[in-house]
Ligand binder design. Structure first.
Ligand code: GLU
Length: 434
């Protein structure tokens, strides 16, 4: 089957309108369709696996610093609990919505299955602009959301983690609020928390480290040497900055990075350590960083580099720019940065895309290690965490690569095939409770 055939609509659904920036859940379903057809998935299983198990929507009242009450909306979508308790981050953003959280929850299901982590998939979100809120307002918002989710969260049920605009401090407030209600300290209810409260060594860097591992594995397959390779990284948060730093340490030249303040380019290679220090001392912004030229987002994405790592947000590589991408490898640190239509263009042009559900799975892998350590009350060294993470990411990369080759398809569809077949296999054995 050629890569073009793979992108024909499947028999499972009526063709959706051919949009580029589909709603993200639709973008997930489009890939699911292709994988389901390859797997000849039973139509009943298809419906089961594509449908979220539970969608929770809560109103969150917060007393703002002005003394006035403001209502916020919060979500937690449990996509699947077939392989184990559901797992996934919580994002705070002004434009987060149920469709996006549904897609992100489903991606967590396939991601956990791809890396062989025994969790189902979930995701949460709160519609808010954390940049305009005080620490006190954020704390009250987080605590009330957690209280509203008391029957949803739990170490054996559903385990949140950080995602866009959430961090260790927010996880600590979730842990504390949950523990106050449970009348015991329950460290395993959340991952990505401070090490002092049962967090894991290496968790903060884990997503970026995983991006580095699979990028090097892909470079090896293409015969590229790190010391001769160039990289552009979109996004300089927890994922992008660590991926850039670790790839630079492997000898890659990082020609460009970007954050909310803009893009930064240096033909000789950027000093990533200096940029991390600069950003940390300038309110998490690279604004005004001296040793680089400004570059636009479009220019960064179409740079003539070996590796492009989109580590910011959804829908960055689209039909508008897919034919301008020069990179040989796209390593998706973000969730959903490439649209399905752009996938088809990239596949035709021979760009090797390491899909999000593989490339950024290092985060949830070390979240799993954190949960295991909390439950055992025994903590590993950072070296042990990193070695186990590297082993699991390598194994996942190899098995996705082989699956893609076997079905003559892209790594993305290979990853979906692997993830879906694992969850479908578990569903078959569990059966349908009536
Ligand atoms: N938010 C991260 C992701 O999208 C991590 C989720 C987790 O560790 O549970 O994979």
């Amino acid at each position: 089957m050629s890569s073009k055939d793979v992108y024909k609509r499947s028999v499972y659904r009526e063709p959706a309108p051919v949009l580029d920036q589909d709603n993200p859940f639709q973008a997930m379903v489009e890939r699911f369709d292709v994988a389901a057809r390859i797997l000849e998935l039973d139509p009943g299983f298809y419906e089961y696996l594509v449908t979220p198990a539970k969608i929770h929507i809560v109103g969150i009242p917060v007393v703002m610093d002005t003394g006035k009450i403001k209502m916020f909306e919060g979500y937690r979508v449990i996509h699947s609990e077939i392989l184990g308790p559901s797992k996934g981050g919580i994002r705070y953003a002004p434009d987060v919505n149920v469709e996006e959280v549904k897609a992100l929850a489903a991606w967590m299901t396939w991601k956990c299955a791809v890396v062989d982590v025994p969790f189902g998939g979930a995701k949460g979100g709160i519609v808010c602009n954390p940049r305009e809120m005080s620490p006190g307002e954020l704390e009250r918002l987080t605590r009330r959301y957690t209280a509203n989710m008391m029957d949803v969260f739990g170490p054996e049920r559903d385990i949140p983690a950080p995602d866009m605009n959430t961090n260790e401090q927010i996880m600590a407030w979730i842990l504390d609020t949950y523990s106050m209600h449970a009348r015991r300290t329950e460290t395993a209810v959340v991952t990505g928390k401070p090490i002092l409260l049962g967090g894991s060594a290496g968790r903060r860097e884990a997503t970026g480290r995983g991006v580095m591992t699979v990028t090097l594995a892909a470079m090896e397959r293409l015969g590229l040497r790190a010391s001769e390779s160039t990289v552009a990284v979109q996004g300089f948060g927890n994922v992008g900055s660590v991926a850039a730093d670790l790839l630079a340490k492997q000898g890659c030249r990082i020609l460009a990075v970007s954050d909310v303040s803009g893009g930064y380019y240096n033909a000789n290679g950027l000093d990533i350590q200096a940029m991390i220090a600069y950003s940390a001392s300038h309110g998490n912004s690279l604004e005004g960083y001296p040793d680089a030229e400004p570059i636009s987002n479009d220019e960064l994405l179409s740079l003539d580099v070996d590796v492009l790592a989109p580590c910011a947000k959804e829908d960055q590589v689209t039909l508008k720019n897919a034919d301008k991408i020069h990179a040989k490898i796209i390593s998706e640190g973000a969730n959903g940065p490439t649209t399905p239509k752009a996938d088809a263009v990239l596949a035709d042009r021979g760009v090797l895309v390491i899909p999000d559900i593989l490339a950024n799975a290092g985060g949830v892998t070390v979240s799993y290690f954190e949960w295991v350590q909390d439950r055992q009350g025994y903590f590993w060294t950072e070296d042990r965490v990193n070695r186990r993470l590297d082993r699991m990411m390598h194994a996942a990369f190899d098995s996705v690569f082989e699956t893609a080759q076997k079905h003559d398809t892209t790594l993305r569809i290979g990853a979906y095939v692997r993830g879906i077949s694992k969850v479908a296999g578990a569903l078959k054995i569990r059966g349908i409770y009536a």
